[in-house]
Design a protein around this ligand. Structure first.
Ligand SMILES: Cc1ncc(COP(=O)(O)O)c(C=O)c1O
Length: 398
C-alpha cells in the first residue's frame, strides 16, 4: 500500500514527528494509515491506561454523548458529582475540581496554594518545587518545572518557584521562609527520566511541611490512577498529602484531569477558579468507567505483577547488553542506556513496529497500558533485544 498524502503543514510544527498517521488503536496495538501495526509502549504518554479504545470507556462515552455532553459549569451534572465522590472515596481528599489537562490541574493547584497563603499565611506565595520536575506547559507550570530546556524560554517566568533537589530534604528546608506556602513535586519524575522520590523522602517531606504549616502538593498526573500498582503513588509512602493533581490515565485517553484537596486546603471562593469545559459530563463519564476498572484491588495487583515482570525482563536485557539500571515502579519504568542512543533506538523501534519513548538521550521509558499482557511484555522485550543487538553490532563496527 502506498502512503496517502496528508496535509502535515496545516499543523503548527511544535515537535519532530515521524511522517506517519495513526488511524486505529486496540489495546496495546496501533495501526497507521498504511495498515502497519505497532506495539505501543508509550500509550499517548501514559494516557491510555486501559489501552487504545477500551470498550468500557467507549461505551460510557457513547451512552453519555447521547444523553448529555455538557450542561455548563454553572450547573451540576450527575457524572461529575459521581466521579468526584468516587475519587474522594478512594483517596484521602475531600473535594475535587475537574480540569481538561494536567497543566490546567497543576495551574489550579498553584492558585489554590496561593489562595491558601493569602488566607492563612500572611500572603505567602512561594511554592518550593524540584530541579528536574515537570508540571506542564502553561507559563506558571513551566515556571514551576525544573526542566533545564525551559529555562531560557518565555521570559519573564512566573516568580515564586524556588528549586530544591529530589531526595535531599536539607535542600527543601534551606528554602523555607516566611513567603513559603507549599512544596510541590512528582513522586516519580517522569519526564526527567523516571527518577523516584524515595518513600523515606516523601515521609520526611510530609513531616517537614507539617512542622512548618505548609501544603504538600503531589503531582500524580503520571503516577496516579494505578500506574505504580497502587491507585495513587502516595499510598506507597503511607502519607496523606494536602493536594494532589491527576491527569493522563484518569480519562483513559479522554481529556480529563483533576485537582483534589483536603477540606482544610480546599479554599477557593466564588470567582477564583473555573472554565468552560471543566467537569463536563462527557469526560466525567469516561473517568467513571476508568475508575470502576482501575480502582479494583485485583486490577491494581495485576499492574504490580506486570510491573515486576517488565522490571525483571528489562534487568535481564540490561545485563545481556551491558546497559545500566532499571528505575521506577509498577508500569512506569526506565532503562538507563549509559549512552545517548535513546533517539536512535526509538527510530529503529518505530521501523520495527514498536513504539518506545526516550525522555532523555540516555534513557528509555516504558509506560504501556496498565492491562498490557504478559505476552505483549515478552514480545516488546524480544523486539528491543533484537534492536539492541543490531545497534550494539553497529556501535562495535563504528
Ligand atoms: C507529572 C506531570 N505533570 C503535568 C503534566 C502535564 O500534563 P498535560 O500534558 O496533560 O498538560 C505531565 C505531562 O507529561 C506530567 O507528566
Amino acid at each position: 500500500m502506498t502512503h496517502p498524502t496528508h496535509p502535515f503543514d496545516a499543523l503548527m510544527d511544535i515537535t519532530a514527528r515521524p511522517k506517519k498517521v495513526f488511524v486505529r488503536g486496540d489495546g496495546s496495538w496501533l495501526w497507521d494509515a498504511t495498515g502497519k501495526r505497532y506495539l505501543d509502549f508509550i500509550q499517548g504518554w501514559a494516557v491510555n491506561c486501559l489501552g487504545h479504545s477500551p470498550s468500557c470507556v467507549a461505551e460510557a462515552i457513547a451512552t453519555q454523548v447521547k444523553t448529555l455532553i455538557t450542561a455548563s459549569p454553572a450547573y451540576y451534572n450527575a457524572a461529575s458529582l459521581k466521579l468526584a465522590k468516587a475519587l474522594i472515596d478512594h483517596s484521602c481528599f475531600d473535594q475535587v475540581f475537574f480540569a481538561n489537562s494536567g497543566a490546567e490541574a497543576n495551574e489550579g493547584a498553584i492558585k489554590l496554594a496561593r489562595k491558601y497563603g493569602a488566607l492563612h499565611r500572611n500572603g505567602a506565595f512561594e511554592i518550593i518545587t524540584l530541579e528536574g520536575g515537570f508540571h506542564g506547559r502553561t507559563l506558571a507550570t513551566m515556571s514551576a518545572s525544573g526542566k533545564r530546556a525551559f529555562e531560557p524560554l518565555f521570559e519573564p517566568k512566573v516568580k515564586g518557584f524556588p528549586k530544591a533537589r529530589l531526595n535531599d530534604l536539607a535542600s527543601v528546608r534551606e528554602l523555607i521562609n516566611n513567603n513559603t506556602v507549599a512544596v510541590m513535586l512528582e513522586p516519580i519524575q517522569g519526564e526527567a527520566g523516571v527518577w523516584p522520590a524515595t518513600d523515606q523522602f516523601l515521609k520526611e517531606l510530609r513531616a517537614l511541611t507539617e512542622e512548618h504549616g505548609l501544603l504538600l502538593i503531589l503531582d500524580e498526573i503520571q503516577t496516579g490512577m494505578g500506574r505504580t500498582g497502587k491507585l495513587f503513588h502516595y499510598e506507597h509512602a503511607e502519607i496523606a498529602p494536602d493536594v494532589m493533581t491527576l491527569g493522563k490515565g484518569i480519562g483513559g485517553g479522554a481529556p480529563l484531569a483533576a485537582l483534589l484537596a483536603t477540606e482544610q486546603a480546599s479554599c477557593f471562593e466564588h470567582g477564583d477558579q473555573g472554565g468552560t469545559f471543566n467537569g463536563n459530563a462527557l469526560m466525567c463519564a469516561a473517568g467513571l468507567a476508568v475508575l470502576d476498572e482501575v480502582g479494583r484491588p485485583e486490577f491494581l495487583k495485576s499492574v504490580a505483577d506486570s510491573g515486576l515482570l517488565l522490571e525483571s525482563e528489562l534487568q535481564r536485557l540490561s545485563a545481556r547488553h551491558g546497559l545500566g539500571e532499571v528505575r521506577g515502579r509498577g508500569l512506569l519504568l526506565a532503562l538507563d542506556l549509559k549512552l545517548p542512543i535513546g533517539a536512535a533506538l526509538v527510530a529503529q523501534a518505530l521501523e520495527a513496529g514498536l513504539l518506545l519513548n526516550s525522555p532523555q538521550p540516555d534513557t528509555l521509558r516504558f509506560i504501556p497500558a496498565l492491562n498490557v499482557t504478559r505476552d505483549e511484555i515478552l514480545l516488546m522485550i524480544d523486539q528491543l533485544d533484537t534492536i539492541l543487538t543490531k545497534s550494539g553490532a553497529a556501535r562495535r563496527v563504528a
